[in-house]
Design a protein around this ligand. Structure first.
Ligand SMILES: O=C1C[C@@H](O)[C@H](O)[C@@H](O)C1=O
Ligand code: CO
Length: 298
């Protein structure tokens, strides 16, 4: 599978140091994180809060280890703040990623999101957008897509637990209401399975719009416990709901087969946030790399 070097494999720093909960991995240095990524056999990374923002410094530090930047997360507030505010912040983020050689920009709408709230029950309190908010989101994302296209880049929308675009139905609506030229999709296995969606159906339905992939596995027993015990997203992460591919309940083989058959080009990013003191990030990175090699040949 994946012949022709069109698909590259990255790993996100969130298993080492967690931007949503900086206390997780607070003691792990940036250099340890990227050195272990390279040693585990990855060729790219996304951007974490410990990464230097000076692009020359960042490029040199990464290239010493054979790593590139695949992309980085951007929080949009299109449903809750003026469009200009999100657009201005987006341009700075886009230009940083352009300088780092990335082609896609991860965007997630955070208007009314509960993903960062420690005590809010994830399955009871996620936002549900009104028609007016959907309109603001679609228009705003298309504007961000135009700004990305100015630099020959794309935005890839990150559906996410605890946000207004979480379920398969919400992803369908977002895809239907946006121009495929302007808005692409980031496919994150972990968020779909945690939400209770059919992750393969979403993949097959939107495969032509998928231009970035997050490979995240789910411990299904913990996902059920989060629902039953009304835990928050951050409590779920701390409890270990996510893990690396091959260690949880998701079968990634059909994901790789479908992406390969569709001629997918771009990055696949292992992204498995858990407490680094409970799950050694280097050990789990090696485990993920081995599973992907065995399952996809990559
Ligand atoms: O892509 C992601 C970025 C994180 O900050 C987020 O919380 C995580 O779950 C994710 O999928
Ligand atoms: Co993700």
């Amino acid at each position: 599978m994946f012949e022709g070097n069109q698909v590259k494999l990255a790993i996100a720093p969130i298993g080492w140091t967690n931007d949503d909960m900086p206390e997780l991995g607070g003691d792990i240095t940036f250099e340890q994180c990227i050195s272990e990524m390279a040693l585990a056999g990855f060729s790219g990374s996304e951007v974490g809060n410990k990464y230097p923002r000076n692009t020359a410094v960042l490029k040199k530090t990464l290239s010493l280890r054979g790593l590139e930047i695949a992309s980085a997360w951007f929080s949009a507030f299109l449903t809750s703040r003026p469009l200009e505010e999100t657009a201005e912040a987006f341009k700075a983020h886009r230009d940083f990623l352009l300088e780092m050689g990335a082609k896609v920009i991860v965007v997630s709408e955070q208007g009314n999101s509960i993903q960062g709230q420690m005590e809010t029950a994830l399955f009871d309190r996620k936002p549900v957008f009104s028609d007016e908010e959907w309109q603001l989101l679609a228009t705003g994302l298309q504007h961000l897509g135009d700004l990305a296209a100015e630099k020959d880049m794309k935005i890839v929308y990150h559906h996410h637990m605890g946000t207004g675009v979480q379920t398969a139905e919400e992803i369908d609506r977002l895809m239907a209401e946006t121009d495929p030229v302007k808005v692409s999709l980031l496919y994150d296995t972990g968020h779909l399975v945690f939400s209770g969606e059919d992750y393969l159906q979403v993949l097959y339905k939107h495969i032509d719009r998928i231009h970035h992939v997050h490979l995240k596995d789910v411990r299904i027993d913990l996902a059920n416990k989060v629902r039953e015990e009304k835990l928050s997203f951050l409590q779920a992460v701390k409890a270990g709901v996510f893990t690396v591919p091959g260690d949880g309940g998701i079968d990634f083989k059909p994901v790789f087969e479908a992406l390969d058959a569709a001629g997918y080009k771009g990055w696949m990013v292992v992204e498995a946030e858990q407490d680094p003191h409970l799950a050694n990030p280097f050990e789990y990175a090696v485990k993920a790399r081995q599973y992907i090699r065995e399952t996809s040949g990559l």
